[in-house]
Design a protein around this ligand. Structure first.
Ligand code: GDP
Length: 362
């Protein structure tokens, strides 16, 4: 599955966010193939299109697609040197595909700040430094391992070593690799090292209820993110935790009272999804209407493989109706009648919202 690790200094609101995400979650029993650890939450992707499809198809079951969030507690200054749970923590981050970095942007005298004052820039730098130092360690170990092959004239090794030599001073300064400007080709070459500061990253600015505007802390996070080309999602984690406790009816009442269109969590989940370059396609049968996740640019057989590897191996064709057509023409038959039902082959690149039925050999 696709996942996003939640990191940040202690007391910035990580667990509050994680708990809100998992409370809004779906029954694990619907997903029997996932092993769930206490720090892993399977979170449904909010997608109003599913309800629209269900209205038309009237299936027995409706299943959203999901994303995993991993609560990675325990990052403190010195983690890269093995302080606290440093090594375990870094290993946990290595396994995630994207990073949600929670930054404290609220004042609250009852909540102690680890450095005794709320200072988003210092907080962000502390975390980024630990991640960069972990990458520095990776660079140095990898360089050492390559020395012999470089001497032996191995072209790949020489090229890789050259990149490592160039990025070494950058990470040694505590700067994230995502701001180094590696080309796509270079990124491919260093992919296997799993550099932490190359992972797509967003900042979750944890603000108070009234802290979405005129908040100097939030301004700083926006400034830093702009420098790095990173994404910022301002959210009040405490409020989200309260919203997550409500049942559906109470929740919509509460949201409209607050003048909110949707829980802020939905923005967090969507941001994580887009950070990973993901999109959704649908299957819409009478048994089940379901959303599935694929990487942008996935071909039809790759999309079929998300459902089952046999679907990919035996792929013949995909029957496709664009979401808008499916809805405006009131389902598959309407789409067929209007000439909007297509048969696509194995080169077809799946588009966000496609309603797909796969034909395959078993
Ligand atoms: P963690 O150590 O990063 O996991 O932080 P927690 O989620 O445990 O939060 C630390 C404390 O900050 C808790 O007492 C939370 O209730 C409080 N807190 C979290 N988010 C907010 C917020 O948006 N506003 C305020 N005022 N307090 C918050």
């Amino acid at each position: 599955g696709f996942n996003c690790g939640i990191v940040g200094l202690p007391n910035v609101g990580k667990s509050t966010l994680f708990n809100a995400l998992t409370k809004s979650g779906i029954d694990a029993e619907n997903f029997p193939f996932c092993t769930i650890e206490p720090n892993v939450g399977i979170v449904p992707m909010p997608d109003p299109r599913l309800d629209k499809l269900a209205e038309i198809v009237k299936p027995q079951k409706v299943l959203p697609t999901t994303m995993e969030f991993v609560d990675i507690a325990g990052l403190v200054a010195g983690a890269s040197k093995g302080e606290g749970l440093g090594n375990k923590f870094l290993a946990n981050i290595r396994e995630t595909q994207a990073i949600a970095h929670v930054v404290r942007c609220f004042d609250n005298d009852n909540v102690i700040h680890v450095a005794n004052q709320v200072d988003p820039r210092a907080d962000i730098e502390t975390i980024n430094l630990e991640l960069a130092l972990a990458d520095l360690d990776t660079v140095e170990k990898a360089s050492q391992r390559l020395v012999r092959s470089v001497k032996g004239g191995d072209k790949d090794a020489i090229a890789t070593k050259a990149i490592l030599d160039r990025i070494q001073p950058h990470v040694a300064e505590g700067l994230p690799l995502r701001s180094f400007g590696l080309s796509e080709e270079e990124q491919r070459q260093v992919k296997s090292f799993g550099f932490l500061t190359l992972k797509p990253t967003m900042y979750i600015a944890n603000v108070n209820e009234d802290g979405f505007e005129n908040n100097p802390y939030l301004d700083i996070v926006n400034e830093i993110a702009a420098e790095e080309g990173a994404l910022v999602v301002p959210v009040c984690n405490q409020l989200e935790a309260e919203i997550a406790e409500l049942d559906d009816e109470e929740r919509s009442m509460f949201l409209s009272e607050m003048g909110m269109e949707e829980p802020g969590l939905d923005r967090v989940i969507r941001a994580g999804y887009s950070l990973l370059g993901l999109q959704t396609y649908f299957t819409a049968g009478v048994k089940e209407v379901r959303a599935w996740t694929v990487k942008e640019g996935a071909t039809a057989p790759e999309a079929a493989g998300v459902i089952h590897t046999d679907f990919q191996k035996g792929f013949i064709r995909a029957e496709v109706v664009a979401y808008d057509d499916f809805v405006s023409l009131n389902g598959e038959q309407g789409a067929k009648d209007a000439g909007k039902w297509r048969l696509e082959g194995k080169e077809y690149i799946v588009k966000d919202g496609d309603v797909v039925h796969f034909r395959f050999n078993v």
